[in-house]
Design a protein around this ligand. Structure first.
Ligand SMILES: NC(=O)c1ccc[n+]([C@@H]2O[C@H](COP(=O)([O-])OP(=O)(O)OC[C@H]3O[C@@H](n4cnc5c(N)ncnc54)[C@H](O)[C@@H]3O)[C@@H](O)[C@H]2O)c1
Length: 343
C-alpha cells in the first residue's frame, strides 16, 4: 500500500514535533513543512541540513526567507496539492483561514486545540472516539491538557464506567521558549468550568465533567488532579493497574525521584529524547486516594509533545488506514517508540 502523504503547516512548537512524528511513521511520508518567516525553528531546520522540504505560506515575504538562506521548495499552495492530508499547527485562528485552501484542493486536514471547534467536522481523540474520525475530512484535536486527561478518564471508563469527574488543572503558563510577558510571582484562577472539562464532555458525552484551572508560572508541564466517580467499585490497587496498563500512561512514584513536573522533564532529557519531549502522561502511584467511592489521582501532561500521538491516530482515522482504534493507536505507539520503558 502506498504511504499516506502528509504536510505540516506552521513549523512552531507543535508543528516541528508533528513533522518528526510523521517521519517516524513507517506507513506515512512527510511531503514538507510550511511557515511564513525565518523563525528560529526554520533557521534550525536549515542548520540541520533541511531534513524536511520547506514551503512558504507567505510568498510576498519570500525575500526574508531568501536573506536567511532558507531553501524554498514552493508555496503552501504547492504543498497542499501534493498531500493526502495536512496537519495544521499554525497560530490559533489561522487554521480556519487555511481551511479554504484545503477545501479548494479537496484534501483532508487536522487542526489543533487553538482553533474553534467549528473548524472541523469531528472533535477527535485517538482512544476515546477514533471511530468518529473514520473518513472525516476535517478533524480537530483536543488541547494538550484535554488530550492527557481523556487518556486517563477513558481508560477508567472503558473498564468500570465513569459517571462524573471533577478536575483541577495546574496549568503551565508558557512554553520554555516563550518571551511574551507572563505571570512571575502569582497564580491566576480562570472562570470555571474549565474548557478542558467541557471538551471532555463533547468527546465523552456520557461523563459529567467540571473543573477549575489555575495558571502557574512554570513552563515544563501541566499537572491535573482528577476526582472520578466510577460506576463499579474501584480501589487504589485496581486504579493503579488500569492506568498502568494504558500504553500512553507512565506510572511513576515519589520514591523513585519523580517529585513533580520538573523531574519528568529532566528524565526525558536524560533519556536523550529530542527537545526533552515525552509523549506519555505520567500518573503518580503515590497520588491515588479514595474519597468514599470516588478515586482521586494526579497526572503530569508534557504540553509540547502529548498531542503528537493523537495527531498520528487522527491521520490513521481520516485516511481509514486502520478501522480499529486499538490497531491504529498501537501502530502509532510502535512507530513513536512509546512503551519502550516497559521492557
Ligand atoms: N504549545 C503547546 O503547548 C500546545 C499544545 C497543544 C496544542 N497547541 C495548539 O497548537 C497550535 C500551534 O501552537 P504552537 O504552540 O505550536 O504555536 P507556535 O507559535 O509555536 O507555532 C505556530 C507557527 O505557525 C506559523 N504560522 C503563522 N501563520 C501561518 C500561516 N498562515 N501559514 C503557515 N504557518 C503560519 C508561525 O510562524 C509559527 O511558527 C495552536 O492551535 C495551539 O493552541 C499548542
Amino acid at each position: 500500500m502506498a504511504k499516506v502523504r502528509v504536510g505540516v503547516a506552521g513549523y512552531g512548537v507543535i508543528g516541528q514535533r508533528l513533522a518528526d512524528g510523521v517521519s517516524l511513521q513507517g506507513d506515512m511520508e512527510l511531503a514538507g513543512v510550511a511557515d511564513v518567516a525565518p523563525t528560529l525553528s526554520v533557521r534550525a531546520l536549515r542548520e540541520k541540513g533541511m531534513p524536511y522540504k520547506f514551503y512558504t505560506a507567505a510568498p510576498d515575504k519570500r525575500e526574508d526567507l531568501d536573506k536567511a538562506g532558507i531553501p524554498i521548495s514552493g508555496t503552501l499552495e504547492d504543498l497542499v496539492q501534493n498531500v493526502d492530508v495536512m496537519l495544521d499547527a499554525t497560530s490559533a485562528g489561522i487554521g480556519a483561514k487555511n481551511k479554504e485552501l484545503y477545501k479548494k484542493y479537496d484534501i483532508k486536514a487536522i487542526f489543533q486545540g487553538g482553533e474553534k471547534d467549528s473548524v472541523a467536522d469531528v472533535f477527535f481523540h485517538g482512544y476515546a472516539n477514533y471511530e468518529k474520525g473514520l473518513g472525516a475530512q476535517f478533524l480537530k484535536l483536543t488541547s494538550c491538557n484535554t488530550t492527557g486527561l481523556i487518556r486517563a478518564v477513558d481508560c477508567l471508563d472503558r473498564a468500570v464506567g465513569v459517571e462524573k469527574v471533577a478536575i483541577t488543572i495546574i496549568r503551565r503558563v508558557a512554553d520554555p521558549g516563550d518571551y511574551h510577558r507572563g505571570l512571575t510571582n502569582a497564580l491566576q484562577v480562570e472562570h470555571a468550568p474549565s474548557h478542558q472539562a467541557l471538551d471532555l464532555m463533547t468527546i465523552m458525552p456520557h461523563v459529567q465533567a467540571t473543573g477549575i484551572l489555575i495558571h502557574t508560572p512554570v513552563t515544563h508541564g501541566h499537572i491535573i488532579t482528577v476526582v472520578a466517580t466510577p460506576k463499579k467499585t474501584l480501589s487504589i490497587e485496581s486504579t493503579m493497574d488500569l492506568l498502568g496498563a494504558h500504553p500512553r500512561i507512565r506510572m511513576v512514584s515519589l520514591d523513585e525521584g519523580f517529585l513533580g513536573n520538573a523531574s519528568l522533564f529532566r528524565y526525558a532529557r536524560d533519556l536523550g529524547n529530542p527537545r526533552g519531549d515525552m509523549y506519555e502522561i505520567a500518573a503518580w502511584r503515590d497520588s491515588i486516594v479514595m474519597s468514599g467511592n470516588d478515586v482521586m489521582f494526579a497526572i503530569n501532561v508534557p504540553q509540547e509533545a502529548v498531542v503528537i500521538p493523537e495527531n498520528m491516530d487522527a491521520i490513521r482515522a481520516c485516511m481509514r488506514m486502520q478501522e480499529d482504534r486499538i490497531e491504529a493507536t498501537s501502530l502509532t505507539n510502535k512507530y513513536l517508540g512509546i512503551g519502550k520503558w516497559r521492557n
